[in-house]
Design a protein around this ligand. Structure first.
Ligand SMILES: [Zn+2]
Length: 386
């Protein structure tokens, strides 16, 4: 048996309307003064109110920091830390999409340990201890509530990450009702991102690819594949929203321990330079990277194809199933109304070479890819996707 390590939060609460019961679920852990980290949109929509109200009902003093933007900056993180220091926070609650959760993770770390962030970047460098941390996702996709990674934008467009088990919350609270109002385009992009997490985790060449991650990835693909269209086209369908939130969390647990690869590596230059949302960036290169990987990984993709698309269970060989799987994924993006070509998101052909060079810098991800990717390969994949 190949040795492995598996990290996940000690407690996960999955329950409709759970965010209205944070007094019962989270106050014991967070203490009496909570830094509530979220974004201005959620605040404006009043989505935070029931959650903050539940904390206040338990006598908690709640300081709301609502300045988190997409691709959160170092300045925003430091402002959140300052707000927490000023309030003498005893715990941090992250409430929102991946960005808010990422800021909450590092705010809890810096408030708890007072350590120098410059020494914490990278894998396993954070020292801790951190403040108690509870994460409440409001999108179904990033899986950030169960992953050890926090990504912060430093300077104009450099993304830096802290990966540490300290970034796993004490409690992840998943409340499908919070995702009911997500617009179709965001539901589609974040849902495909979650599917990519499952696919890349399952096929990851990481030495820590493990049976738990593979099991979780398959269950995630079943939930995501069966429900993504319903969630996009009938957003008020609570059963579909619940399945998407659960599926994205399972995919998050999978890739938290069996990391993602070339799809994410090639997506980063698209998101970083052209400010295309993360999920859409992944979707744009997804079929093309899988086609590139197929000579090495067709048998692996064939194992999970029927989880996402049960109609592919036609008793064919792994090459044929893999090819059909890739076609199904491409067709799915189309049915969901997503853009499917790089040229449709404002990328000119002249940008592709620089993007290929940038993608090669994602060595931490590329090493996990089932097939080795050269810069020329990356360029060919971008051309196919253009
Ligand atoms: Zn992703």
């Amino acid at each position: 048996m190949t040795p492995f390590v598996f990290h996940t939060p000690p407690a996960i609460v999955f329950e409709s309307r759970a965010s209205r019961r944070l007094d019962e679920i989270a106050v014991k852990r967070l203490g009496k003064t909570v830094l509530f980290v979220t974004d201005p949109g959620l605040r404006r929509l009043g989505l935070c109110d029931p959650a903050a109200g539940a904390l206040r009902r338990a006598g908690v003093e709640v300081t709301i920091f609502d300045e988190v933007e997409a691709d959160p900056s170092l300045a925003t993180l430091m402002k959140a830390v300052e707000a927490g220091r000023h309030a003498r926070a005893t715990g941090v609650l992250g409430f929102g999409g991946g960005s808010s959760l990422d800021v909450a993770k590092l705010a809890a770390l810096l408030l708890g340990s007072g350590e120098d962030l410059d020494e914490a970047w990278g894998v396993g460098n954070a020292k801790g201890p951190r403040l108690p941390l509870v994460l409440v996702p409001t999108t179904a996709g990033t899986g950030s509530e169960v992953t050890p990674v926090s990504i912060i934008t430093v300077g104009e467009e450099e993304k830096r990450g802290v990966s540490s088990p300290l970034n796993l919350p004490d409690i992840a609270v998943l409340d499908p009702e919070l995702t009911i109002g997500l617009p179709p385009a965001i539901t589609a992009a974040t849902g495909v991102d979650a599917m990519v997490h499952a696919i890349e985790a399952y096929a990851s060449k990481s030495a820590n690819n493990n049976p738990l991650s593979r099991m979780l990835a398959r269950q995630a693909l079943q939930l995501l594949g069966a429900n993504i269209e319903m969630a996009v086209f009938d957003g008020k369908n609570v059963a579909a929203r619940s399945a998407m939130l659960l599926g994205s969390m399972l995919a998050g647990q999978a890739f938290a321990n069996s990391p993602v690869a070339a799809i994410h590596a090639l997506a980063y230059p698209i998101g970083g330079t052209f400010h295309v949302p993360h999920g859409l960036s992944n979707a744009l290169v997804l079929p093309h990277v899988l086609r590139f990987n197929a000579p090495e990984a067709a048998h692996i993709y064939a194992e999970i194809a029927c989880d996402a698309f049960p109609r592919l269970d036609r008793g064919e060989g792994s090459q044929a199933i893999c090819a059909a799987f890739i076609e199904e994924l491409a067709a799915l993006a189309q049915r969901l109304g997503m853009q499917t070509r790089l040229r449709e998101v404002g990328i000119g052909e002249e940008h592709l070479a620089k993007m290929a060079a940038d993608a090669m810098k994602q060595t931490r991800l590329l090493v996990n890819n089932p097939r080795e990717v050269s810069e020329a390969d990356a360029l060919a994949i971008y051309r196919a996707a253009w």
